[in-house]
Write a protein that binds this ligand. Structure first.
Ligand SMILES: [Zn+2]
Length: 565
């Protein structure tokens, strides 16, 4: 390998045709060359490794080829060969980053006055030109304003925005684009075929993705892969080099994550850790896989009933049992936590904690499945939609309790005879507060109504011995019909919990009714404010102040936008 020339150099384009991914630029340059409309300054901008200096050198060939200025330099004449070898006396290539000072710029510009030694143009190639100091730019600008006819400036920069407008306006500008993954893959496979190096297509795809549009990055990564893979380009080698998890272990980790198996999750993570995988790329892979699953789930459920499709393998079967909501929740947690990984000193520790957090997220029941099961249980026309405020028969306000007389239609989902899978249900909340909190997640308008317009007289959880009972009372009869709210709450409970709960709604006007949640919350807050105000007034420092200045406290108010706690 001692004489090994890196791919990026060996395959550096010698003509516009072999430069990939920048057709818009090469076309414009060829046109400018063929029509003889040539500026004295050219500027190539774009991200690293897209061909800026390559284009500048190509242009130098075109300008100084002994066959005459052309868009198709011969590549074999003395001038062409000297430029390719990098020792043409009239073509000067300078890295502006290493010569930012104005003295160095003056030194360079002094050469502008001399005629070229043995070619048409004296060509200055300035790479990373945005690095020049302001005085250097000013010196350069003077030359650009009145350049001798035998001088051409070819600038290259990765940061166009850092160039003064006065310079920009005096250049013919060409913006290079990121090279697409497809173009990169085709380019790499062409090179590897000619080098007779065996390769796997999916390996090239990985390289192309990692290169992020840079040809040079792609080729230098390819060099590394070839030397690591002893002369071949294999998917495994690339993913090891890039610190990528392999698909299998990612899927394994997701499976443990979704089934809530923390122990297996940690074991799988340890394995991945030993393979040198980067935590961030791990999270990225999991997110990508989850995203794909959510998409598949959505498109599949639109096209077909997921319950009818036989699982093709273990993993797909597993994911199918997880609700869309749960997948999205896990995605959300990982997406947010993943961004914090790079801020911590111990990314692996943080990754473990993050994945465990996602692992122990409470599963959310698949709403559609629940509703479908309920619908099939209650016979034709019995399927109900999302819980909404049902338009019940209008009832006059009455002091008689309206009880749930009709029996619940499908209390026994678990013993379903329909052949559909058993539906996982969530635990029934143990008190009114938690019940409303749960409703708030699923059905916000209903939760609002329950917490502001109804007081809870009785709340009994259903258990093995008896069915549950919730007794409510309107705080004001004008808010709605008792039958309407009774039906809505009842529908909601049946759909969510698969349990029998009797709902009773009393009219307003009873002598003593408990507070609504909203009333309680504002009372608690008022009490806290009152206590706080008393504490402040009694504070010795404040009392000393008021005595000292003979002052009086008129009012005490919380600072806006700031919590008191
Ligand atoms: Zn030539």
């Amino acid at each position: 390998m001692s004489n090994y020339v890196v791919l990026a150099r060996r395959w550096r384009p010698r003509s516009f045709e072999t430069l990939i991914g920048q057709d818009h630029v090469t076309r414009a340059l060829i046109h400018a060359l063929d029509s003889g409309r040539l500026s004295h300054a050219f500027l190539f901008s774009g991200i690293r490794g897209t061909g800026k200096t390559t284009l500048a050198r190509l242009l130098a060939l075109c300008l100084n080829c002994e066959q005459g200025t052309t868009s198709k330099p011969c590549g074999v004449c003395g001038s062409c060969r000297e430029i390719i070898a990098g020792n043409h006396p009239d073509v000067l290539e300078v890295d502006a980053a290493s010569r930012t000072k104005v003295e160095q710029m003056r030194e360079l510009l002094d050469m502008v006055g001399y005629a070229p030694t043995h070619s048409r143009f004296r060509i200055f190639i300035l790479d990373e030109v945005h690095m020049l100091s302001v005085p250097s730019f000013n010196a350069l600008l003077k030359t650009l304003e009145e350049p001798p006819g035998h001088v051409k400036f070819l600038f290259a920069t990765t940061e166009l925005r850092k160039l003064p407008a006065t310079i920009l306006s005096r250049c013919q500008r060409y913006e290079l684009k990121r090279v697409s993954e497809e173009t990169l893959c085709a380019h790499m496979s062409r090179i590897l075929e000619q080098e007779t190096i065996p390769f796997e297509n999916n390996a090239l795809q990985l390289v192309a993705t990692a290169a992020e549009g840079s040809v040079r990055d792609a080729l230098s990564l390819l060099d590394q892969v070839i030397s690591h893979g002893s002369g071949t380009v294999a998917f495994e080698t690339v993913s090891q080099l890039l610190g990528l998890t392999n698909r299998e272990s990612t899927l394994g980790i997701i499976a443990h994550l979704l089934t809530g198996d923390g122990k297996k999750l940690l074991a799988a993570l340890t394995l991945v850790y030993q393979n040198g995988v980067e935590p961030e790329s791990m999270v990225r892979d999991i997110l990508a896989a989850l995203h794909a699953e959510v998409r598949a789930k959505v498109t599949l459920s639109d096209a077909d009933d997921p319950g009818e499709v036989a699982p093709t393998d273990h993993w797909k079967g597993l994911v199918r049992t997880i609700s869309l909501e749960h997948l999205q929740m896990v995605y959300m947690v990982l997406n947010k936590g993943g961004q914090e990984l790079r801020l911590t000193d111990h990314p692996w520790r943080a990754l473990e904690m993050l994945l465990l957090r996602a692992c122990y997220l409470a599963p959310i029941p698949d709403l559609k499945k629940l509703i479908r099961v309920l619908g099939s249980e209650s016979g034709p026309g019995g399927g109900s939609a999302m819980p909404t405020e049902t338009q019940g028969p209008s009832m006059p306000p009455s002091s008689q309790p309206v009880s749930a007389a009709a029996p619940l239609e499908s209390p026994h989902v678990r013993q379903s005879q329909s052949g559909l899978p058993r539906v996982e249900t969530v635990q029934f909340p143990e008190d009114w507060d938690r019940f409303i909190a749960f409703v708030g997640v699923k059905h916000k308008p209903l939760a609002m109504k329950l917490s502001t317009q109804l007081a809870c007289l009785e709340f009994r959880c259903p258990d093995d011995q008896q069915s549950g009972r919730i007794a409510l009372q309107w705080i004001n009869d004008c808010f709605g019909t008792s039958e309407g709210i009774r039906k809505t709450v009842e529908d909601f409970i049946v759909q969510m919990f698969d349990v029998k709960v009797e709902i009773v709604v009393h009219a307003a006007g009873a002598v003593c009714r408990p507070e609504t949640l909203q009333e309680r919350d504002s009372r608690v807050q008022e009490e806290a404010m009152g206590q706080l105000e008393r504490d402040i007034r009694a504070h010795p420092d404040l009392r000393a102040l008021t005595t000292r200045f003979n002052a009086e406290i008129l009012s005490i108010a919380p600072v806006e936008h700031r919590s008191l706690h």
